[in-house]
Design a protein around this ligand. Structure first.
Ligand SMILES: *[C@@H]1O[C@H](CO)[C@@H](O)[C@H](O)[C@H]1NC(C)=O
Ligand SMILES: *[C@@H]1O[C@H](CO)[C@@H](O)[C@H](O)[C@H]1NC(C)=O
Length: 449
């Protein structure tokens, strides 16, 4: 009639928030186990209670209750009369010992419950504190860049992660401007004062996206608008696919709305988009191509006189980046070199319709020593390194007076393999392709001198 059953109770911390159910926590030991011995024969003991929740306490109480009833019965002589008095006494005192022990266990567990509840309250306070003051964080690729018209604060989903972004930008703003007398002017043209933190919009998901070029037409032509984003993954020997995305958000999601197959293969990452056309260098040639997006056909083609190509004068990372288109406030440019210039960068302004060279400037910087180049407000800028996470824009060339100068504007290659850097005059940002990452950088320009 008396049997010994052993009950295991394993305790787990379920969750700090789950106040009601987390009440059976045993210290910090998630696998802590308590052993209880009962001398009460109860059908309930056939099944062990599930992992540490409130009901265990209830089970413990009811067993204690059962034990008390039995003990009371024994004490009141309700047990079978044939049992010897000595045996009954022994059973009785054993039951009392068990009861005392159980009572101690109960008290101990009750104290643990109290401690746990205190801790849950503390954790809830901590959670509240953290919620009301989010940690600074780097904008993730899932946060799309919004059009310049949309400021942080207008969209709740954007607001959260923009906090970290604002902090980072504030950090950059403290870097001294390259010319102390220059003041900021967000609409006009001027010298490059600073480049912001890189913002990643999308990470390419396969090897074909290790390097590439992405663009937005600053002067789009119907059926496309300013939001349209274009992208070419340039890994491979026969690059012809041009992907179009309705906006930055779709680019971030990786959902193109347009895929065009170019009639001539693309060489490297120098392409650009301007006035409804894609401008690019035809593979293994110095031939420039203007591909009209509306008619989806080649509208103009022309050889760039004496231009080196296919590895003759690439940027320092290689990749056949010999001929690089650029667009700024003043129109369409091409950055390259020639044998005559002995590898120094030549900058030519092009007629966007015919691709004829309108004017050229020869600089005094070797193209193969720079990581990349871009044009802002008629000034050419070069970046020192394509791999260093902390490099500089260290040279500028002004087409208005043919003067070059050494500068030092910090620039970050966060992903350490920057294969394309272009300026977009409408977004007033640098667009770049850094080791699978499609990124952009805010720029600050000084006042026109
Ligand atoms: C800029 O950096 C490149 C690469 O480190 C270097 O070769 C070049 O001399 C630097 N130019 C200036 C003007 O400091
Ligand atoms: C990066 O450059 C900034 C400014 O040029 C400098 O203050 C900082 O120490 C550099 N960081 C590293 C890791 O080199």
């Amino acid at each position: 009639m008396w049997s010994l059953a052993v009950v295991w109770i394993s305790s787990l911390l379920v969750s700090a928030q789950a106040q009601g159910t987390a009440s059976f926590w045993k210290g910090n030991d998630r696998s802590g186990r308590c052993q209880y011995s009962f001398t009460v024969d109860s059908p309930k003991e056939a099944s062990c209670p599930s992992a540490g929740t409130g009901p265990e306490m209830e089970a413990l109480k009811s067993r204690l209750g059962l034990l008390e009833v039995l003990v009371a019965r024994l004490a009141g002589g309700e047990a079978p009369g044939t049992v010897a008095g000595a045996g009954l006494k022994e059973a009785y005192s054993q039951a009392m010992r068990e009861k005392t022990q159980l009572q101690r266990e109960k008290d101990r567990l009750g104290q643990q419950v109290n401690e746990l509840q205190l801790r849950v309250t503390e954790l809830q306070k901590e959670a509240e504190r953290l919620r009301s003051r989010p940690c600074p964080q780097v904008p993730s690729p899932s946060v799309p860049q919004h059009d310049s018209g949309l400021r942080p604060g207008t969209d709740p989903s954007w607001q959260y992660s923009s906090l970290g972004y604002q902090e980072l930008k504030a950090e950059v703003a403290e870097v001294p401007a390259s010319s102390p007398e220059a003041t900021e002017d967000n609409t006009g043209c001027g010298e490059l004062l600073s480049v912001g933190e890189p913002v990643s919009h999308r990470k390419a998901d396969n090897i074909g996206g290790r390097y590439g070029v992405w663009m937005q037409d600053p002067e789009p032509v119907t059926p496309y608008d300013t939001g349209m984003v274009w992208r070419i993954d340039t890994v491979g020997s026969d690059v012809r696919q041009l992907f179009g995305y309705e906006n930055m958000e779709q680019l971030s999601r990786g959902f193109p709305t347009k895929v065009l197959l170019l009639p001539e293969a693309v060489e490297s990452t120098g392409a650009t988009m301007y006035r409804g056309s894609l401008y690019y260098q035809r593979r293994r040639s110095r031939t420039l191509i203007r591909y009209d997006l509306a008619s989806e056909s080649v509208a103009a083609r022309r050889d760039l006189p004496h231009a080196g190509f296919h590895g003759q004068f690439p940027y320092s990372w290689g990749g056949y980046t010999d001929i690089d288109f650029a667009v700024d406030e003043e129109g369409l440019w091409v950055i390259y070199s020639t044998n005559k210039a002995k590898g120094a960068i030549v900058l030519s302004q092009l007629d966007p319709h015919s691709l004829e060279v309108k004017r050229s400037w020869e600089t005094n910087i070797r193209k193969t020593t720079v990581a990349n180049a871009f044009v802002i407000c008629g000034r050419l800028y070069t970046v020192a390194s394509y791999t260093s996470p902390n490099t500089t824009v260290n040279y500028s060339f002004d087409t208005t007076n043919s003067q070059s100068k050494a500068i030092s504007v910090p620039f970050k290659n966060r992903h350490r393999y920057n294969s394309m850097i272009d300026y977009n005059p409408v977004q007033r940002k640098l667009f770049a392709w850094d080791n699978y990452h499609i990124v952009s950088y805010d720029v600050r320009l000084g006042k026109q001198q």
